[in-house]
Design a protein around this ligand. Structure first.
Ligand code: MUC
Ligand code: MG
Length: 367
């Protein structure tokens, strides 16, 4: 079963509710759909969210690297020769989400060829994931209204609040309003996307000590090593690495050098293969993980669900799986359903990301 063609299809879908955060903003899903077809006609699919402010990729760079660098080296390889595929991807540095999508599309092919859900091939731990919803920058009262709406409509009780604003009191107030409005049972954590200095983050930790926050993600720039290490040492809640740990090597480095004691694992940037290695490494070191999001579409969300539910370690915490709700439309043929605060793994061979061809034709931007 050989790789016959690899397509990288740029498309654009607007957001009804744009998302603002410390490192950027998203108004349109200007993503790339990666499609890999085998010589026996199986089609694997995955979504690529270019994030210039996180990984330096753009929609055009993703198309170029997939079509010009990866495809010529991958076409003709046997889909089962997974290490050879990984070696080809590793030969190009960076380009995290382009690599992630190629890997996921190949797993999708594998699952369909074997007639098995990919979640079973990856581990088969459980059949659904608990959902955490990510709230972007907004006035505190609006954030609470939104969170209450998500709880009422979808049963979501875990929320990640985007922070990293100045003055830091804005975010402290937002966290307090959410805690008071949602009650003590709601799970609440912060993600500053490197918006603060270590000292500012320390102040936020001090001022939110009574709020029962689960953890603080990427408070400051992890490259400022000593500041970050001091934070991790002094914080009473875990400090999570997200964009400072985009791959296996960086994740290991952040944990071993004291830059973090919790890891966000994202399939969009790690595919399933590298994400599984990161989870194994974390598990072996006694470090918790959670499935993070890359402001994913429904295609990307299903990939996260398939991966997260496959493993015991990723199933312990809620995964960030609901930001597609902010989009005007999506590409999946079978829309994702959130009920009782959970998303079920599609019980079909492959990843379960069959695309609505009419929608793809409508939203693609290359024709
Ligand atoms: C996060 O956790 O940082 C921000 C940009 C993006 O693509 O995903 C995020 C979420
Ligand atoms: Mg983050």
């Amino acid at each position: 079963m050989k790789i016959a063609t690899i397509e990288a299809i740029p498309y654009s879908i607007p957001y009804v509710h744009p998302l603002h955060f410390a490192s950027g903003a998203v108004h349109e899903a200007d993503h790339v759909l990666v499609r890999i077809t085998t010589d026996d006609g199986i089609v694997g699919t995955a979504d690529t969210p270019p994030r210039p402010y996180t990984y330096g990729e753009t929609q055009r760079s993703v198309v170029a690297v997939v079509e010009d660098l990866f495809a010529p080296q991958l076409v003709g390889l046997d889909v089962l020769d997974r290490e050879k595929v990984q070696a080809v991807l590793a030969r190009t540095v960076h380009n995290q989400t382009a690599k992630g999508a190629v890997d996921i599309a190949l797993w999708d092919v594998l699952g369909q060829a074997l007639g098995q859900p990919v979640t079973k091939l990856l581990g088969g731990w459980t059949d659904s994931m608990r959902v955490s919803h990510m709230l972007g920058f907004k006035p505190a009262a609006e954030l609470l209204d939104l969170a209450l709406q998500f709880r009422e409509t979808y049963g979501i009780t875990t929320f990640k609040l985007k922070t990293g604003r100045h003055p830091v009191g804005l975010d402290v107030e937002a966290a307090r309003v959410l805690r008071e409005g949602l009650g003590e049972d709601a799970e609440l954590y912060l993600d500053a996307n490197r918006g603060w200095s270590a000292n500012e983050a320390m102040e936020v930790l001090r001022r939110t000590e009574d709020l029962g926050l689960q953890f603080l993600e990427e408070p400051d720039d992890a490259r400022e090593v000593l500041g970050r290490r001091r934070l991790v040492e002094r914080s009473t809640i875990p400090i999570a690495a997200d964009e400072s740990a985009p791959n296996l090597g960086e994740a290991a480095k952040e944990i071993l050098t004291g830059g973090a004691n919790l890891l966000a694992v994202k399939t969009a940037r790690s595919g399933f293969t590298e994400a599984a290695k990161i989870v194994g490494m974390a598990e072996g070191m006694g470090v918790d993980v959670y499935v993070g999001n890359q402001i994913d579409t429904q295609v990307g969300t299903i990939a996260s669900v398939v991966f997260g539910a496959a493993l015991a370690h990723t199933s312990k915490r809620a995964g960030e799986l609901s930001n597609f709700l902010d989009m005007a439309d999506d590409l999946l043929a079978e829309p994702v359903v959130i009920a009782g605060g959970r998303i079920r793994v599609p019980d079909v061979p492959g990843v379960g990301t069959a695309v609505d061809e009419d929608k793809l034709a409508h939203y693609r931007t290359d024709r």
